[in-house]
Design a binder for this molecule. Structure first.
Ligand SMILES: Cc1ncc(COP(=O)(O)O)c(C=O)c1O
Length: 414
């Protein structure tokens, strides 16, 4: 509800005219006289007429841009149709804790004896990611979801090479409904992309996968729950078929938010899956800022995980570049990953354990697990209207913005 203010100035609800509409040619804040005794070196190319720029005084200019900056749209202000990253709680408490100097002011080259708390936090986060997903290993260092995809695909590539099939298995199956990063990652990792066409129900079908299988298939990349917001009911059978054909199953875990604590990807036959900490855990997204894409790996891929490894020796944690019995494919970044994101995601407490269920209920994601989910119908309706998802999302924001502007006009009229 909008309450009256004395001035009618609504702060965030202001309609700000263009600077060209408010400025006037004679209104420049500072106009210095031409310097005397300094010859012009432009050789007659100097501007003769005035610049056609809006002239405003310094405070007018400053206030114009500050007012514009306050129109920044954020999840704290209204609906943000960016997907799973907005369906969760980002406690301010975690922001505070992430700024503790013991976490925020670390340097990645500090001696490990001085960063034991940070390593313990990372190790504990790794433990929880493995426990929740039912997977034996995790690489924390990928810096975003797409970077995690690259990590998983490079582990698959290394595993195939170790089997002597690196040159033979080059094809990666990707459903047409996949997020654009999936085919891009497969191609960037040196594979060719073979698309599984979409069906009207928005799901990947076992028959369609089987029809594509062959001795040259390296992997399949499936998002689950998928981009239509639907849990793939044939996922286990698809994983079995992929494994029988000697290939690996990469699961895009960007939508893991909807099933965390309910289903363990390890039990579904997943070999590699990135977890966007900024989508599933209390690490902010949707307002900008970095992400993090830790990637869990199955027993088959764990030996190829990138370095560094965190190893507990007695009471001390170490960062290791080499570990006996492993064949790391390399490293994902210069250091250890996004410490600030680990801190925000890794600070577990009992109430936080409960947010996924509460958040799922609030956003209706429980229904995503039902075979009669309404999302597919919505997708079909959008397709009938020949709308792209991006235009639909834009429209949602425009409507929210429109309502804001209406309220602004009402405020100004008072
Ligand atoms: C399904 C899916 N996969 C991958 C990604 C890539 O994640 P990131 O933006 O963290 O690189 C996204 C991000 O929106 C996504 O929705």
């Amino acid at each position: 509800m909008i309450t009256d203010t004395t001035s009618g100035n609504r702060g965030l609800l202001q309609a700000e005219p263009l600077i060209f509409e408010t400025g006037h040619a004679t209104g420049a804040g500072v106009d210095l006289p031409a310097p005397k005794g300094t010859p012009n070196k432009l050789g007659g190319l100097g501007r003769k007429a005035a610049l056609d720029l809006p002239g405003l005084s310094e405070p007018e200019t400053m206030r114009h841009f500050v007012r514009l900056s306050q129109r920044n749209y954020a999840i704290d202000l209204g609906l943000f149709p960016l997907g799973s990253c907005t369906m969760k709680h980002n406690p301010r408490l975690n922001e505070r804790a992430a700024r503790f100097e013991g976490f925020a002011d670390l340097h990645p080259l500090q001696p490990t004896s001085t960063i034991q708390g940070a390593l313990e936090l990372m190790d504990e986060l790794a433990h929880w990611l493995c426990t929740l997903t039912g997977m034996p290993a995790v690489a924390l260092s990928p810096k975003a979801g797409a970077h995690g995809e690259m990590c998983g695909m490079l582990a698959i590539k290394a595993a195939l090479a170790a089997r002597g099939e690196g040159d033979k298995r080059k094809r990666v199956l990707v459903p047409s409904s996949a997020h654009g990063t999936n085919p891009a990652t497969a191609a960037a990792a040196g594979f060719t992309v073979d698309e599984i066409p979409a069906r009207d129900d928005g799901r990947v079908h076992l028959d369609d996968v089987k029809a594509k299988l062959g001795p040259d298939v390296a992997a399949i990349m499936i998002t689950n729950p998928n981009t239509c917001g639907l849990f793939e009911p044939e996922i286990k059978n698809i994983a079995d078929a992929i494994h029988s054909a000697g290939a690996y199953f990469y699961c895009d875990g960007a939508n893991y938010n909807a099933i965390v604590g309910k289903v363990r990807p390890g039990d579904l036959g997943v070999d590699a899956m990135h977890i966007n900490l900024h989508k599933t855990f209390s690490t902010p997204h949707g307002g900008g800022g970095p992400g993090a894409g830790p990637t869990v790996l199955s027993a088959a891929l764990a030996p190829f995980a990138p370095v560094p490894h965190i190893v507990l020796r007695g009471e001390t944690r170490e960062l290791r570049e080499h570990m006996a019995g492993t064949q790391a494919f390399g490293r994902m970044c210069a250091f250890h990953g996004q410490m600030g994101m680990f801190t925000r995601a890794g600070l577990h407490d009992e109430p936080r354990q409960r947010w996924p269920a509460a958040s799922r209920r609030r956003c209706g994601a429980e229904r995503q697990l039902s075979p009669r989910a309404p999302q597919a119908a919505f997708q079909r309706a959008v397709r009938r209207q020949a709308l792209h998802a991006r235009s639909a999302a834009r429209r949602f924001i425009d409507q929210a913005e429109g309502r804001r502007d209406d309220r602004c006009r009402q405020g100004a009229a008072r």
